[in-house]
Ligand binder design. Structure first.
Ligand SMILES: Cc1cc2nc3c(=O)[nH]c(=O)nc-3n(C[C@H](O)[C@H](O)[C@H](O)COP(=O)(O)OP(=O)(O)OC[C@H]3O[C@@H](n4cnc5c(N)ncnc54)[C@H](O)[C@@H]3O)c2cc1C
Ligand SMILES: *[C@@H]1O[C@H](CO)[C@@H](O)[C@H](O)[C@H]1NC(C)=O
Ligand SMILES: *[C@@H]1O[C@H](CO)[C@@H](O)[C@H](O)[C@H]1NC(C)=O
Ligand SMILES: *[C@@H]1O[C@H](CO)[C@@H](O)[C@H](O)[C@H]1NC(C)=O
Ligand SMILES: *[C@@H]1O[C@H](CO)[C@@H](O)[C@H](O)[C@H]1NC(C)=O
Length: 457
């Protein structure tokens, strides 16, 4: 599939862009409006800078709440209003990168907060941010965006009012799409999956270890959720069978923890692995990750959006076909600070603080990015990956838009954290971090009983 998409991606861009007319956004004019979709970390961060820069904007949020995926919701599948659940939060989660890699600029947690607070605490932080910057008055809650369409010289955003079921259209001159990337689960498919009699869920629907007390559970996958659930469940379940192929320093979880290779097939009451061993199982949790979902992008938007990637985006953000649309939150394998920087870039662009290059130049820049990927043996599937290029990316955004330069030390912290997490999974969150200067940080052991959250709203 990836191979076939190469020529398709190129043809698409040239067809679209060869015919393109200029539609640079420029300075905010009287009567113009910017619209943001989503009030999670990305949308709130963007809103703060929009407000700072005096941009006239409205934020459309499907739910009644701010905080996106950080809000724990006890419902499964659909929420209290019948909306699909956009949050994937579960009990006892603690963040997996130090908070200083996630804090909004100029708005730190109280100093005595541990470096890896709970998800609940992070949600409190987001609510406190929205309150501090008085963002709620710009947010139109219960507005579920169903269609974004290019209407000759502006954007039509169609949304459903969740309470009245009424459909409305907002006309916007600039659009920021920040609808999150971790709410549409990837379900694997194995032989026998349909005859298995127990309960099968994706980690998107997982809430609480108590649901698995004394059960025999199969966990599939060892990404962030898979490793977290191994920790949270191993001393609760009767047996925890963990199927994955991650190479890491596996800690002692519990005497009932069993590591297994990849799944081969299911039977009505158990599972067979690639090494032909078999385990009896009651429940299955697939920790198999998420895909993008942008069902509201009309064809007229000019973006190729699949679950695996979005293209073509200049600076991993700007819709080259219609540069008055940007995405915040698409880059993969980066810290949340990147999303924060993207919010600042988006606001600077909407406010006319800088101008984008001509479309041909943006397209050339994107093609150069694609060629670089290719020469590194990566595929179009990796087109949204920034990963090790994170510090260059910060530099590039600053150079173009004049925004605050996030310091290089963040990359060192990220790299160290990513390595050390796999070295000492059970204890890596018991350290505190402090940035000394742009290049240096310090880290010391400082466990806290009960994970307190010394944050007032
Ligand atoms: C379980 C879990 C744990 C994580 N842990 C960490 C961590 O420890 N550290 C870290 O750096 N990152 C972590 N992440 C990544 C996390 O996604 C980011 O931290 C960040 O929250 C992304 O914010 P966002 O605003 O882009 O998306 P979201 O938080 O998903 O927010 C998107 C918002 O858009 C709204 N929305 C969606 N569709 C529509 C629509 N059609 N119309 C209107 N509104 C819509 C949603 O309701 C939601 O409020 C974690 C993710 C998950 C799922
Ligand atoms: C802000 O946007 C609204 C909605 O489009 C518009 O009616 C209003 O005139 C705009 N305000 C300013 C100051 O541009
Ligand atoms: C955009 O929305 C306005 C207001 O609802 C409507 O009049 C117009 O026809 C729409 N344009 C397109 C191209 O859908
Ligand atoms: C489970 O309990 C044992 C015994 O108390 C302990 O050694 C182990 O670290 C616990 N496992 C986890 C993942 O907390
Ligand atoms: C930063 O810009 C340079 C020069 O245009 C480019 O080669 C590089 O790919 C960019 N890096 C990122 C991560 O955007």
């Amino acid at each position: 599939m990836a191979k076939r998409l190469w020529p398709c991606a190129f043809v698409l861009c040239f067809l679209n862009l060869a015919l393109e007319v200029k539609n640079g956004f420029g300075l905010q004019k009287e009567g113009q409006r910017t619209c943001i979709v989503g009030a999670g970390y990305s949308g709130l961060g963007t809103a703060r800078y929009m407000k700072d820069y005096g941009v006239n904007f409205t934020l459309f949020e499907a739910t009644k709440h701010v905080g996106g995926t950080w809000r724990f919701d006890p419902h499964v599948g659909t929420d209290e209003d019948g909306l699909p659940l956009f949050t994937s939060m579960y009990k006892h989660l603690r963040i997996n990168t130090p908070r200083l890699t996630m804090e909004y600029r100029g708005f730190p947690f109280p100093e005595d907060t541990q470096s890896y607070p709970t998800g609940e605490c992070f949600h409190k932080y987001l609510r406190s941010f929205a309150k501090h910057f008085e963002l709620e008055k710009y947010i139109q809650f219960q507005s579920f965006v169903t269609l974004i369409k290019w209407a000759e010289d502006h954007w039509n955003i169609t949304y459903t009012k969740v309470d009245t079921k009424e459909t409305r259209t907002a006309e916007c001159d600039f659009v920021v799409v920040a609808n999150g990337e971790f709410s549409t689960p990837v379900w694997p498919s194995f032989e026998g999956q349909d005859i298995f009699k127990g309960k099968m869920i994706h980690s998107h629907d997982y809430k609480d270890p108590e649901d698995y007390r004394n059960r025999r559970v199969l966990l599939v996958g060892a990404g962030p959720s898979g490793l977290d659930l191994a920790m949270h469940l191993s001393n609760v379940t009767a047996k925890l069978v963990h199927s994955h192929h991650l190479n890491y320093n596996q800690p002692f979880f519990s005497s009932s923890y069993v590591k297994k290779p990849d799944v081969k097939m299911f039977t009505s009451n158990g599972v067979m692995f690639q090494d032909n061993t078999f385990e009896d199982i009651d429940d299955v949790i697939f920790c198999t990750g998420y895909v993008f979902s942008h069902p509201f992008l009309d064809k007229s938007v000019g973006i190729t959006a699949t679950g695996k990637f979005l293209l073509p985006l200049y600076q991993h953000m700007v819709n080259i076909r219609h540069p008055s649309m940007v995405f915040v939150g698409i880059p993969k394998k980066v810290l949340n600070n990147v999303l924060e920087a993207q919010g600042e870039y988006a606001a600077a662009l909407a406010a006319g603080k800088f101008e984008l290059p001509p479309q041909e130049t943006m397209l050339k820049s994107w093609l150069r990015h694609v060629r670089t990927l290719h020469s590194r043996g990566m595929k179009i599937l990796d087109v949204n990956v920034i990963g090790n290029e994170m510090d260059n990316y910060f530099a590039n955004l600053t150079q173009e838009a004049g925004i605050y330069r996030r310091p290089p030390v963040l990359s060192d912290i990220r790299d160290f954290n990513a390595r050390y997490r796999l070295e000492d999974l059970l204890n890596y969150r018991d350290y505190d971090y402090r940035i000394i200067d742009d290049y240096k940080y310090e880290r010391w052991y400082n466990p806290r009983k009960g994970n307190p959250c010394p944050l007032e709203i």
